[in-house]
Design a binder for this molecule. Structure first.
Ligand code: ATP
Length: 193
């Protein structure tokens, strides 16, 4: 079973992923993989230096993600060149992880960009997490994020309707963590049935 997990910023994706892990799933964190493929020795690292030059390196020889982001976000052409490097490297790494696991494993792919990147057809099922906007903002403030940063990130989000349209399972995370765990367990039981 390959489950896509997504939702808007601060909805509780990571918390749901952790609960699914506790129930026995293997969780692949898309953001972590995108970072991993740019580490020294990885294919993405070599390709980024080849394409963007060693000006994107920090003094330790690692890719300076902030410098790279500044470079590509000013220029759509450069951004798509970076995506052409990162995307296949992520796909290959995810395939490698999945191939190393028994077929019976439930693998959860946790990605904020499932809808934006139209990944829904890759999965057997999609689980979308929702929470009311004010609750999400408050949880992110409690996590230490600045309100201006939260608003900026929220401005780039797809709508709840677009998310719901690709979902097989929906969890509304407006209540307690125990309530969330109960709902995650229900989804898990349906996946395992
Ligand atoms: P991001 O989009 O930033 O990656 P996310 O969707 O992964 O966020 P989480 O990090 O899981 O969301 O949750 C946001 C914050 O809210 C975390 O600090 C988490 O512990 C907290 N949280 C999530 N669900 C609940 C809940 N039901 N009750 C209380 N706190 C919660």
């Amino acid at each position: 079973m390959y489950l896509g997990l997504s939702g808007g910023i601060g909805c509780g994706k990571s918390t749901v992923a952790k609960m699914l892990f506790d129930l026995g799933a293997v969780v692949i964190d898309a953001d972590a993989i995108a970072k991993e493929v740019l580490e020294p020795g990885q294919i993405g690292y070599e390709n980024v230096i080849h394409k963007f030059g060693d000006g994107v390196l920090d003094t330790s020889g690692n890719i300076d993600r902030k410098k790279l982001a500044e470079l590509v976000f000013q220029d759509a052409g450069q951004l798509s060149q970076l995506e052409e490097i990162v995307h296949p490297a992520v796909v290959a790494r995810v395939a490698q992880i999945r191939e190393s696991l028994p077929n019976t494993t439930t693998v959860v792919y946790d990605t904020p960009l499932l809808v934006e990147k139209q990944l829904q057809n890759q999965f057997d099922s999609v689980l979308m997490v929702f929470a009311d906007l004010d609750i999400r903002k408050q949880r992110l403030v409690d996590r230490g994020l600045e309100m201006a940063d939260i608003e900026a990130r929220l401005a780039n989000q797809v709508s709840d309707e677009q998310r719901a349209a690709v979902a097989d399972f929906v969890i509304v995370n407006n209540g307690s963590l125990q309530e969330l765990r109960d709902n995650v367990t229900k989804v898990w039981q349906q996946l395992s049935a």
